[in-house]
Design a protein around this ligand. Structure first.
Ligand code: ZN
Length: 893
């Protein structure tokens, strides 16, 4: 790890400095002798000078490698090492290809960063995106260098019976015995050229589920999912999701699977969710494994969307890749958009689609909006970075997806599909830029708002920050017209004090006083100036405007709705998103009033109009359970904090807890009825209707346990405990456990013990067990000591990213009421763990470091204590580039 520390001032990489590669690598043959302590890598490349670039030395990237030999056209050559780069100056002149052979070794067993080649539970895995390939061999480690790969894997047969790499298996067989007995090899050829970040190998003891499918064009494909022995019964859902993904991409975008063989492999040790390596996707077990006994409905939905996401990268990312890492959103924003659309198309009803949209927007607004308002704010196509790993962000992914979605809104669904076809016609097999993508969508739709406003639309790519959309309506009874005036502004971002106006598609419709849609008023207004007005004609009475339907743009809508208007929208809007949003606005308004009021936190912050509306939603027979659960869930503490200039996390926590308690007690009979009428014991199916019912039942049980904690009534906690013991699936079981833990009931301790004993051999369930405790509502500061205690639990392993996230991140990143302590002890805990993790896995440490991004917004005494903790981290001499960038930006003013 120390080798990845960069001495001296860290270098900023700038987008404007892009230069085409001086050399091209046409093909590469890699031979691995796999050994955990010392793996030998023979790298035989066919290289030539790029005729378009002036002659210069060849500089190959490398990191933590031991170099043994360099040959050019079979003969020794002079070379030097410059920092981590291998520099070759005396190469053949002219543009003829030459052979370059490099022999190195590396140490996978001691690779704790999980980048490059590493060992997880005795099995070899690779992770090369973004710059991990240079930890395997010297190479031009940049995405615009695309080569053909042939890979030979050699290893002990008993320990590593399965040998996988990208593409097709062309040869396998026995080798001479080694010191540990029989050895064997496998040779793989990838039929597609690719950048090195898509290289992968896996070697170990794995079992597989296999499925043959016939595509529309009659071609047969073999699909395989590789897991550890014992996990095979958790692969059915991932396989179904993969088959559905393949069918969807063909049906919606005409994009077929271009490989005979497509493999997914699961590993427990993974820095992120999953990786789209060509034909050999590697997944965090969390996003592959699911069965009813161990996975919740949320896990099932996540598996479907991540399997889809990685599969969709096969076209958006792999067939057409990024010119450089500044273009990351080219593949990630587009692929998130595609996986969101896939999940929506997989559900039958309009209301289930709306539920998915609400969930996606909730993530964007809580986490991405916060990122966009903080010190790490960056455009979806950043202009500079210190460490690319820090830019796999919610902005690049989720806001990037919103930008693609706006393009679809501006050109229509068919127009967008046409644009995608043009994009692939023009760029298949290339490494391109975000500009190329936007141009293709616009060119395929020459008369669209997108084409007409393209240069201005692209401000979404270059400007950070969340625009504010101000809206004001005026009804003219005599003229029967309604005038909606829209204007925009955007707060400054680091390095961007002033912004040019964005192109904002605003979907609107007008409701009459009874909440019915006024015919002919629904439309999409495209705001491109600083301000503009639209006039609606033939409006018979003063309307209620429903603005930004479906969340048609990633902006903050500021409209002075009256409570009565919001209640109308909540009760009637034909747009389910805005119906939900009206309820959130009402709750937020009440929360902010209670937070900003003088004196003690009111015991009943919610007013009767709100309570009545919530009761009506709970009782409404025509509403889906999933939708009810979303409406009855209060805005999160993080989202509430984002509305404030100065944040007192304890006050926010206290107010939200008071609101929860009020909802729990005042609606107790409704919650009880909801529980009784929605819970069932049928066979588990993860479809939207039954998962929605389970979600609502779970919320009801939480509420009932919360009310019981205060009334002392033992009935509902008793039921919850019983369900921890005998629920038929993990969703019901875990919700019941969570209801006891989050209500702070005394039965929680026994329930936690019982749950742990039952699932002690299920890693992913133990992750939930840790996360639940670290994320529970704080009562008088009890969470931190408990988290500290859990650090010493025999099942806690800090080097495993999933486990570290389940305990440490759940506390620091997902539990503001427990983390922000007046004594600053939460920040000391954060500081110590950022430094501890920094020493072995910088990428994960840097994510943890982001927990204090918004420290400047904190009130005292939190602000000073947080600042001191960040300064302490920043003062360490041996920080990774990753953590260094995060803390430096946090402290910059
Ligand atoms: Zn992705």
């Amino acid at each position: 790890m120390m080798n990845s520390l960069h001495e001296g001032a860290p270098t900023l990489i700038r987008r404007e400095d892009y230069a085409a590669p001086a050399f091209l690598i046409d093909s590469v043959a890699l031979t691995f002798d796999l050994d955990p302590a010392k793996t030998r890598v023979l790298n035989q490349m066919r290289v030539r000078r790029n005729p378009d670039v002036p002659a210069q030395a060849l500089r190959l990237d490398g990191e933590d490698l031991n170099l043994a030999r360099v040959l050019v056209n079979g003969a020794g050559t002079s070379f030097k090492l410059d920092g981590q780069q291998l520099v070759l100056e005396n190469l053949p002149e002219g543009t003829e290809p030459f052979d370059l052979e490099i022999f190195t070794t590396c140490a996978p067993a001691s690779n704790t960063q999980l980048m490059g080649l590493y060992v997880s539970q005795g099995t070899f895995f690779t992770q090369c995106e973004a710059e991990g390939f240079r930890r395997i061999t010297y190479f031009l480690d940049r995405p615009d260098v695309m080569a053909s790969y042939t890979v030979t894997l050699r290893a002990d047969k008993a320990t590593y019976p399965v040998l996988l790499s990208n593409g097709n298996l062309v040869e396998e067989g026995a080798l001479e015995d080694g010191p540990n007995g029989p050895r064997h090899y496998a040779k793989w050829v990838d039929p597609h050229k690719k950048p090195c970040y898509l290289f992968a190998l896996v070697a170990g003891q794995l079992v597989r589920r296999e499925q043959k499918i016939i595509a529309r064009n009659g071609q047969e494909h073999t699909l395989q999912i590789y897991v550890r022995a014992g996990d095979l019964d958790k692969t059915e859902h991932a396989m179904n999701s993969l088959m559905a993904s393949i069918a969807w991409d063909e049906a919606r975008f005409g994009l077929p699977l271009d490989l005979e063989r497509f493999m997914i492999v699961a590993t427990s040790d993974f820095n992120m969710g999953a990786m789209e390596n060509k034909g050999l996707n590697i997944f965090n077990t969390k996003f592959v494994l699911a069965n009813p006994a161990t996975a919740t409905d949320v896990d099932y939905a996540n598996v479907e969307s991540v399997v889809g996401h990685e599969y969709f990268h096969n076209w958006t990312g792999n067939r057409v890749t990024c010119r450089d890492w500044f273009q990351l959103s080219l593949k990630e924003g587009l692929t998130v958009f595609r996986d969101q659309e896939f999940s929506m198309d997989m559900v039958a009803s309009a209301s289930a689609r709306a539920v998915k949209r609400i969930e996606d927007v909730r993530l964007l607004r809580t986490a991405q909006f916060a990122e966009d308002a903080g010190p790490m704010a960056h455009p979806i196509r950043p202009d500079q970075y210190q460490e690319i790993n820090n830019f796999y962000t919610l902005t690049v992914y989720e806001k990037g997806a919103e930008v693609v979605r706006m393009m679809q809104t501006l050109v229509g669904r068919d127009g967008f599909a046409r644009g995608m076809r043009l994009y692939f016609e023009r760029h298949d097999g290339q490494a391109v830029t975000c500009d190329d993508f936007a141009q293709a969508i616009a060119d395929a739709n020459p008369d669209s708002h997108l084409a007409l406003l393209l240069p201005q639309f692209k401000h979404w790519y270059s400007q950070a920050g969340t625009p504010r959309l101000h809206s004001q309506g005026e009804y003219d009874a005599d003229a029967q017209t309604y005038t909606l005036t829209l204007s925009q502004s955007c707060p400054p971002s680091p390095g961007q004090p002033v912004k040019a106006p964005f192109v904002i598609p605003v979907a609107v419709g007008l409701l009459d006083a009874q909440g019915q849609d006024i015919p002919g008023t629904a439309r999409t207004v495209v705001l491109s100036d600083t301000s503009a007005s639209v006039v609606f004609e033939h409006v018979p009475s003063a309307p209620v405007p429903s603005i930004l339907r479906g969340f048609s743009a990633p902006v903050v809508l500021q409209h002075a709705y009256t409570d009565a208007e919001l209640l109308t929208l909540l009760a009637h809007d034909s747009d389910a998103f805005n119906r939900w949003e009206a309820g959130q606005r009402l709750a937020l308004r009440l929360a902010l009033a209670a937070i900003q009021a003088d004196g003690d936190v009111p015991t009943e912050p919610l007013d009767s109009a709100y309570m009545d509306a919530m009761r009506a939603v709970l009782q409404a027979p025509q509403l889906d359970a999933a939708f009810k659960e979303l409406v009855l869930t209060l805005p999160s503490e993080t989202y509430i904090a984002e509305q404030l200039d100065m944040v007192d996390p304890q006050r926010i926590h206290a107010v939200r807890e008071a609101m929860r308690l009020q909802l729990a007690t005042a609606l107790q009979t409704d919650w009880a009825h909801t529980f009784e009428s929605h819970h069932d014991n049928g066979a588990y199916r993860p479809d939207p209707v039954s998962s929605g019912r389970r979600a609502l039942v779970g919320l009801a049980l939480h509420m009932l346990c919360l009310a019981a904690r205060h009334s002392g009534d033992p009935v509902w906690p008793g039921k919850a405990y019983q369900r921890v013991k005998d629920a038929g699936n993990m969703t019901d079981r875990f919700q019941s456990l969570s209801a006891l833990v989050s209500s702070g009931h005394e039965l929680a301790t026994a329930a936690l013990e019982r749950f742990h004993a039952r699932f002690q051999r299920e890693e992913l369930v133990l992750d939930k067990w840790f996360a639940l405790q670290a994320g529970a509502p704080d009562h008088g500061g009890h969470i931190l000591p408990m988290v500290q205690q859990l650090l010493t639990h025999p099942d806690f392993h800090i080097k495993n990213p999933n486990r570290a996230r389940s305990l440490i991140f759940s506390y620091c990143n997902a539990n503001p009421g427990a983390f922000h302590r007046a004594d600053g002890a939460g920040y000391t805990f954060w500081r110590d763990h950022v430094l501890a993790i920094n020493a072995f896995n910088p990428q994960v440490a840097a994510r943890l470091a982001r927990a204090l991004d918004r420290w400047r917004q904190l009130a005292e005494p939190y602000r000073s204590a947080a600042c001191a903790a960040i300064e302490h981290v920043a003062a360490q001499p041996d920080l990774s580039n990753d953590v260094r960038e995060v803390v430096t930006r946090a402290l910059a003013d």
